[in-house]
Design a protein around this ligand. Structure first.
Ligand SMILES: [Zn+2]
Length: 493
């Protein structure tokens, strides 16, 4: 046998063995939690509409967040807070309540064991406008709270008055049974998450910091039980538990020109032309891609649920990550999980066709992959723009933040969610996830080392499109299963 073959054959056999052994290991390590016997059901669940009717009342209060804050109807936010008192009387009798103006609401439920670290549940009660998405095309009015054919309609059913209602209703029913949690439970509800949480979550996080509280874990929105969203799972739902969140920053790029008559433009080009060239250079150079540890762990946890071939790939990312990066980069959704994104969202220049503008401005918005930072992006832009006359500054309209990575797939919070899901949503595979958008939990990064962004609602691609879109709605069955999840979760705290 030629020397080359005597070397290659054992190497190939070694490689195949390694791939296979890793596949078997991952398949065993991440096997789905056993489906337990049906747990005791949540009291009162037999009345299938009861919870939906309460949530429907909350949907009817149009707590709309407008970017132009002067358009907000503050009275609606106060009304929302007061409606909670009527809907959840036991909560309001037993729990300590702290109102931080119209946009912040904290509850404290004392536990039996002061030695145990408290836990914190977050949700927000503001919603995005429904008009912008075309109110006319809603099949049921967005603020009617209609229940029809087993479905509750309206803005906020998915994002995310449901989460708030799950938490309040679970507490209400447990209080009705005389139950007391083992550890302290806090709730913090914000009224301005959709416009960055500066008045709600930021102030509430400051209150907790002042009290020197440190939470075992924090639960917020961000991930859901995704159904038919990942083709390779062949219909198996996946609970995407957001353990990391991308950062957010917007830069303003400016080109100065000389205002004047358009019949005599400057030889070196107009402000608009120079800014446009800078933008083209940016768009030609997307940020580098890589597999974040959270995404790696997510893929490895899919191993027991996918075909043998794909399982072999997911179990051996040490070898196949370039292939995964290539495949992910072909689709905008998956591409956003592997790099810092850049999107030119605003371009402004010029007023009239015969006048040269003295300035052209654009905004470029970024969702920052863990590992990258705001400073890194700024430095890179300076290089890539390649025109020292272009100004680069902070846009400053929304607060910027670096990525938040408080989360651990081996931590107590993720494990608990995984186990509870095995009870209430058998067959669902729970995986860690990187949340693309920005949530209120960004203000709580210093208050815990586990943030779990998850809502126990099963959503298909159509449901996802309705979030911030038209015809947002949720089935009563979905709601009741979500309530079951929260009930089991609280019982295991
Ligand atoms: Zn939301």
């Amino acid at each position: 046998m030629p020397l080359i073959l005597t070397l290659l054959v054992p190497a190939a056999i070694g490689l195949i063995l390694t791939l296979f052994i890793r596949y078997l290991l991952m398949k065993k390590r991440y096997a789905l939690a056993a489906e337990r016997q049906a747990p005791p059901d949540i009291p009162g669940i037999a009345d299938k509409d009861a919870f939906a009717r309460k949530l429907g009342q909350l949907i009817q209060i149009p707590t709309v967040s407008w970017t132009d804050r002067s358009r907000r109807d503050t009275a609606m936010f106060v009304k929302f807070q007061e409606t909670l008192i009527q809907l959840f009387p036991l909560v309001h009798r037993e729990l300590e309540r702290q109102v931080l103006g119209p946009f912040g609401l904290i509850y404290h439920w004392k536990g039996k064991n002061a030695q145990k670290k408290p836990v914190l549940f977050l949700a927000h009660y503001d919603v995005v406008p429904a008009e912008q998405a075309g109110e006319d095309t809603w099949e049921q009015g967005p603020f009617n709270g209609t229940i029809k054919d087993g479905v509750l309609w309206g803005r906020g059913t998915l994002d995310i008055k449901s989460q708030l209602a799950f938490q309040m209703e679970t507490a209400e029913r447990l209080l009705g049974q005389g139950w007391q949690p083992d550890r302290d439970i806090y709730f913090a509800f914000g009224g301005d998450e959709e416009i960055s949480g500066q008045e709600g979550a930021r102030n509430m996080a400051a209150v907790f910091k002042e009290k020197k509280l440190y939470f075992e874990f924090v639960v917020d929105e961000g991930g859901v039980i995704a159904k038919d969203q990942l083709a390779f799972l062949k219909g198996r739902p996946a609970a995407l538990v957001g353990l990391a969140e991308k950062g957010f920053v917007t830069f303003k790029i400016t080109a100065q020109g000389v205002s004047g008559h358009s019949s005599m433009p400057e030889r070196k080009g107009t402000a608009i032309g120079r800014l446009a060239k800078g933008i083209v250079r940016l768009e030609k150079k997307p940020f580098p891609s890589r597999l974040d540890p959270m995404i790696r762990n997510m893929l490895e946890r899919f191993v027991p649920c996918v075909s043998f071939g794909l399982g072999l790939v997911f179990a051996n990312l040490w070898l196949f990550s370039p292939l995964i990066l290539f495949i992910f980069s072909r689709n905008k959704t998956t591409d956003s999980l592997i790099r810092t994104t850049q999107a030119i969202t605003v371009f402004k220049a010029g007023e009239q066709e015969n006048i040269l503008p003295n300035e052209a401005v654009c905004l470029v918005n970024h969702r920052i992959l863990p590992g990258d930072t705001i400073n890194f992006i700024r430095d890179r832009h300076r290089q890539v723009l390649g025109d020292k006359d272009l100004g680069l500054g902070d846009a400053g309209n929304w607060p910027a933040n670096n990525p938040i990575t408080a989360g651990d797939p081996e931590g107590s919070g993720f494990q608990l969610i995984r186990e509870v899901l095995a009870q209430t949503h058998p067959g669902v595979v729970a995986v860690p996830y990187l949340v693309n958008g920005s949530t209120d939990s960004k203000y709580y990064g210093d208050l815990t080392d586990q943030i779990l962004r998850f809502t126990p609602l099963v959503l298909n691609p159509k449901d996802v499109a309705a979030i911030h879109g038209v015809n947002e709605k949720v089935s009563l069955e979905n709601l009741n299963n979500g309530l079951r999840f929260y009930y089991q979760l609280f019982c295991h705290l």
